[in-house]
Design a protein around this ligand. Sequence first.
Ligand SMILES: C[S@@+](CC[C@H](N)C(=O)[O-])C[C@H]1O[C@@H](n2cnc3c(N)ncnc32)[C@H](O)[C@@H]1O
Length: 777
Amino acid sequence: MVQSCLLMEKLKSAISQTLILSISQSNPQTLPNTCSSLHHFFNQLPQFHQMIEDLAHTNTSLFLKNKESASEFKLKGNSCFSNGENSTALRFYTQALRVAPRDVDVMGKNLVATLYVNRAAVLQKMGLFLESLRDCNRAIAICRSYSKAWYRRGKANTSMGNYADAVCDLKVSLCMERSISGKKQIEGELKLILGQNNREDFTPDVIKCNETDIHDQLQEIQLQCVETETKGRGMVSLTDIPQATLLHAEEPYAAIVSKNCRETHCHFCFKELPADIVPCPSCSMALYCSQLCQIHARGQDQQFHTNNHDISFDLSSDLENYVASVTKAIFDGVNIKQNAEHKHECGVNWPAALPAEIVLAGRVIAKSIEQNRHLGESSTIVNLELCHNYLQLDPEAKLELHISSIVLLKCLHHYYGYDIPLHGDTISQCVLLLSQIKVNSMAIVLMRSADSVDPPSSAGNHTTSTVEQVRVGQAIYLAGSLYNHSCKPNIHTYFLSRTLYIRAIDFVAAGHPLELSYGPQVGQWSCNQRQSSLKEQYAFVCSCTGCSQLNLSDLVINSFRCLNRNCLGVVLDSSVASYEQNKVNPFSCGLPLQVGRLKHDEVKRVASFLCEETASTHRIEPGFCMSCGAFRVLEASNAAVKKAEICIEGLLDSGELLTATLSNALKSLDLLKSALHPYNKRVAEAEDYLAQAFCLIGELQRSGDHCQASIKILEKLYGDDHIVIGNEMVKLASIQLSLGEQDVEESRNRINMIFSRHYGSHVDAIFPHHRFLKRVV
Ligand SMILES: C[S@@+](CC[C@H](N)C(=O)[O-])C[C@H]1O[C@@H](n2cnc3c(N)ncnc32)[C@H](O)[C@@H]1O
């Protein structure tokens, strides 16, 4: 497979130094010239044309359908099915469906329909009845007169207790079945149901919809986009906003699944793929969780309905109505007007070979072309009117954006022809679009339950429930992009499928900026770590309150302990000290220290002390205790801390937990506590390791104690009601639940309070696996 980084390197090495220099000095005004020069240069380069051929031509695609491979996978699936190897059979049938061309008939039956019916049989065997039923529906959607599909549907409905539907399905199947043996089998099945239920007069159920629709009231809040002093545009509210108010919900302008989730998550809605995966009908790359998502992404597929001019059967009017209601339900919701975002990428190599943000830019451009076509307007590259960071980019990044833009537009040109004019202006617009995407695209993060269950032991089975965040996609939200970042955010973002939600986590007074976190937060990292991360990822210097005003977390998160046993003062190392010094120096950051607004007593004490001292010679000096001035040699402490951490982190790597390893880890924890400040995050992490280790060997009481110790430190760093505390409380509650402790009630209340504040009524939809949120012990 053509790899994007290799391609980029090859192209880069061919470019002259003069051109590289002018690209490195380019700015938005000179971009059309540099883009045009590079395009001109590439046009004369045979390897460039070869590369585009590999990326954009369907005849070189690795994602084409292939009848032979599909038949091979089908045979393998059949053989595994007969041997009772159900999960392997399921895998082979799904692989077969991925590569099966949609319009191929084998032995008079559509291959895809046959594969769906075969897979339905495996799913039925595996006890996945709803999945089995859905596969039958897919087969019926392709071929309405497919007797076996109705028969399997009848079996699935029987297993689910939908006897009325099952009887109808089997009767339809019976009418359509030609073979005597087949008819006998269906009659047998019918007799069984009717006999078991002792009645003839079932009325069919209404087709059940399995999509749940979750609504939380979007509040009537007047939000306004305003110019800020240091952060460009930003959002404020014109009225006060109570805590936990839902203030924003938005669908993405364009979105793409993460590369590492391509095989595990739906390429449209980003939910985890079920057992009955629906592949794209035209290529073997894209996978969906349902036919609806597939149609959303690929568009309405006319050919899929052509088999529906089936032979008519002599069905009673009741059964005719039933067939009509089933097929109608299958196609319900299929009239989708939105842009099919996968259409232009289907069956070629570039969407898999190029980095996700470039493919995302391709989706943005494709959407604008489709919209322009619809309006009868000529195409230009869309201007999303979002901010970009082109001027701040380093020369290497500017060169890469130039190359990527030319490659992307060339690939799109293969699909859209002259709707994508290729010249300096359009390429430069694409460069700016890519730099907008760099600054404004959001990672779509969904929650997954990560319950770790230890193997059965004499101590029994023990679980700790944890919340794992999975970065499933990347998207552009036009209005969501107007919110600035704060390392101490007052609004919280989360996703349900592809929809972005924003909720106030604190009371926000009218006119006060509404700021979310782009990732880094106070409590997670020290100020310098946050600043470098934001600089590297988004190319801006953060000027939020967390980075410009003293806070306890930043002072203690990486700090050492004072050598005087009774002093709880903070000793900073040089990397942290300089940042904190900046915060208290009103001349260096322009923001005077406001001691009165500081929340914690500890930090107030330190801050008042510093304010008194700033006029004299005292500064925040690395190695000196900020309370009593005692000096500590940090190099030696650092080395001892690292050694202790290696011992603790190794705990969970060793296959078997030995008493000796645990006792060494406990000694290392003591060592950490004697060197590091009690609120240092590394102590919290060490406590957490020990909590997991004790849980694994079934010593739940000790596990709970270490878990609590870790939470106590995290409360100092993040604040009591932070979502991180909620997630940690889930772990603690799972231990308390196993211990049968009364305290679980208190933990549950706290979890509920924190989660409701962050997710409102969406909590159940986001954490369906969390039994702690329910009142069932
Ligand atoms: C997603 S945009 C937010 C909207 C943007 N301010 C605008 O005018 O369109 C991100 C950009 O806003 C600015 N920004 C956001 N948060 C900031 C902060 N805490 N400090 C400084 N600049 C910030 C940076 O220029 C960053 O690249």
